[in-house]
Design a protein around this ligand. Sequence first.
Ligand code: THU
Length: 129
Amino acid sequence: MTESDLIAAARRARTFARAEFSSFEVGAALETSDGVIVSGCNIENATYGLSICAERVAMFKALSEGHRVFRRVAVVADTEAPTPPCGACRQILWEFGGDLEVILANLYRETGRHQLGDLLPLPFDKRLL
Ligand code: THU
């Protein structure tokens, strides 16, 4: 499974986005430690507040299918500027995925690359409970 496969999966997931309210369609794809790809798209609804980002959909899908260890995540939006995970997604990705590699891309090219730990310095997690 190459990085291009992961980005392609995020691009494909994006085509399923339900973004009727923002028109901002996002796809995400997580790679598990055994090379499985689990993808997600953002899903908005009429309350706005119950909308959920592509990254959390991908992570919750993966967890609910029994995946426990992850290597990297790709996030795709149709923008020139990179679309990094929001704060809520950083927290969830960190708690369940650890210091993932985060690959950002648009429809044509990579737009950024980070370690999740750099995007979420001083995280709150179970070690502090
Ligand atoms: N969104 C994501 O799905 N992932 C991100 O990384 C940034 C934002 C979604 C949430 C909402 O449905 C839309 O993009 C606009 O914020």
